[in-house]
Design a protein around this ligand. Structure first.
Ligand SMILES: Cc1cc2nc3c(=O)[nH]c(=O)nc-3n(C[C@H](O)[C@H](O)[C@H](O)COP(=O)(O)O)c2cc1C
Ligand code: SF4
Ligand code: SF4
Length: 440
């Protein structure tokens, strides 16, 4: 909030107030002549308006982004679902700022945060083939990096390499909730694994859970960076992390395709970031249509690639209405695609899927009917099942559905938005109604 209280008839030039900071009269103590004072006031007033308009523009931009993607991390709107994954020794605040116009989030680091991992970092750096961020005072270095980000709209995460819950807890206590805390359970450098972090956590998930819990005790947002296919069962791991309170799962899908992502999507409601070799819109879309909420890039996080992905996904969201719409279930979609499924009346993947999820047919029907009550989807006598609730994705051609939405004045984009809302409601129902051994 910015305000200006001028007092031109006295030597007191008034005060500018912006977000609780006020510029006091002492700044203008030199007492220039009245005419000059008025000029200064005019300039300051204009400046104030410019600052105000920048903030209003920013506010509008963020509201548009929220409308477009519906993404919030750490209670802040994510401008675009494209971001940067950490690279030790490379991705710091300066690296992020250079690319900040084209990304919604970034994880700087990884930073070693205790004696064991700091020693491991030194050993890795000494080998000469990898860079590391080496610091004997990680809190000081992290605070310096965070300060460099200034008032950037990029959601900032810090990728941390630590070997005990206490080490993570100490960082959270010192830094607070302004950043996302990412646990590096991904690094496969032998020195880091021997120090008890990185992939060590994937083989010892109970230790990883203890770290998540210790961070969550500080009320901060927690992301866990994993490498798919290392833990005994990625689905089980995802459920454990969700139950421990993690907010985001950042998955390096190296060696695995979108099928692995779908499995994880079907196991938990965590926000998912897909990672590894996502360098084209086709690859990005493949991840988004199999359950990813966001995608991250590391090696190819150059301005050209990031800006290209940002531009195309923004256009796609504006045209389609649901930027990460799943494929239909019978075409390999994840369970968000229940929003497009018909009544459970025929032999198709729907019934086995419901059985696996321990949802009865009656419950599925009731969940969908309740979710659309009072919305424009609760209509459509000409459609196969008498209601748009059961209708297919807009990309499946159908004159009956299209005629219905035309008649009720719904655009194709709005239809997809409503399906997205339906899917969100179904997902919260599915994950809160899971059998107690899975959800407890
Ligand atoms: C030089 C280098 C350093 C990396 N350092 C880290 C790290 O400190 N923490 C981490 O979680 N991942 C780290 N990664 C993994 C990347 O974040 C990312 O998961 C991986 O490179 C695959 O994504 P990409 O195909 O977009 O590069 C590093 C990768 C590279 C190439
Ligand atoms: S219910 Fe319809 S959309 Fe769903 S899997 Fe069966 S045929 Fe496909
Ligand atoms: S009316 Fe068309 S869109 Fe709706 S369920 Fe039937 S085939 Fe699918």
């Amino acid at each position: 909030m910015i305000s200006f209280q001028p007092d031109p008839d006295s030597n007191n030039f008034g005060r500018f107030k912006m977000r609780g900071v006020s510029i006091k009269r002492s700044v203008f103590e030199s007492s220039p002549p009245k005419k000059t004072r008025k000029k200064i006031l005019l300039i300051l007033e204009t400046l104030c308006k410019v600052i105000c308009s920048i903030n209003l523009n920013e506010y509008e931009l963020m509201m548009n982004a929220f409308e477009r993607f519906g993404l919030l991390i750490n209670d802040r709107v994510v401008r675009t679902p494209v971001g940067i994954a950490s690279m030790a020794g490379i991705v710091d605040a300066a690296y992020v700022i250079e690319r900040s116009e084209h990304i919604g989030f970034a994880f700087i680091g990884g930073y070693s945060i205790d004696q064991k991992t700091m020693e491991a970092g030194k050993l890795i750096a000494a080998k000469g083939d990898r860079r590391e961020f080496l610091s004997d005072n990680p809190v000081e270095e992290l605070l310096r990096q965070i300060a460099l980000m200034g008032s950037s709209t990029v959601i900032l995460g810090i990728n941390l390499r630590g070997s005990t819950p206490e080490a993570f807890s100490a960082i959270a206590a010192a830094i607070g909730d302004k950043v996302v805390y990412e646990i590096d359970a991904h690094c496969r450098q032998p020195e880091m694994i021997a120090a008890g972090c990185g992939e060590h956590y994937l083989k010892n998930p109970e230790e990883l859970v203890a770290v998540v819990r210790s961070l969550k005790s500080h009320g901060v947002t927690v992301s866990v960076k994993i490498r798919a296919g290392v833990a005994a069962d990625d689905r089980e791991l995802a459920r454990m992390l969700w139950n421990a309170g993690a907010d985001v799962l950042h998955i390096d899908l190296m060696d695995f395709g979108p099928a692995k992502l779908r499995q994880i999507r079907n196991s938990c409601p965590l926000m998912l970031i897909a990672n590894n070799s996502i360098t084209s819109f086709d690859k990005m879309k493949d991840m988004l249509s199999h359950g990813a909420d966001l995608v991250s890039l590391a090696r190819q996080s150059d301005v050209r690639t990031l800006s290209g992905l940002d531009a195309v996904i923004t256009r796609h969201a504006d045209e389609d209405g649901w930027y990460n719409a799943p494929k239909q279930l019978c075409r390999g979609g994840d369970i968000r695609s229940l929003a497009f499924c018909c009544m459970p009346v025929k032999e198709c993947p729907l019934i086995p899927t419901l059985t696996r999820m321990e949802i009865s047919k009656e419950n599925y029907i009731r969940m969908k009917q309740d979710a659309v009550k009072g919305t424009p989807l609760d209509t459509g006598q000409q459609t196969c099942f008498g209601n748009l609730t059961w209708c297919c994705k807009i990309s499946s051609p159908c004159m009956f559905r299209d005629m219905t939405i035309r008649q009720i004045g719904l655009s194709k984009k709005e239809y997809m938005r409503l399906k997205r809302d339906l899917s969100d409601t179904l997902m919260s129902g599915v994950f809160h109604d899971l059998p107690s051994d899975e959800s407890g």
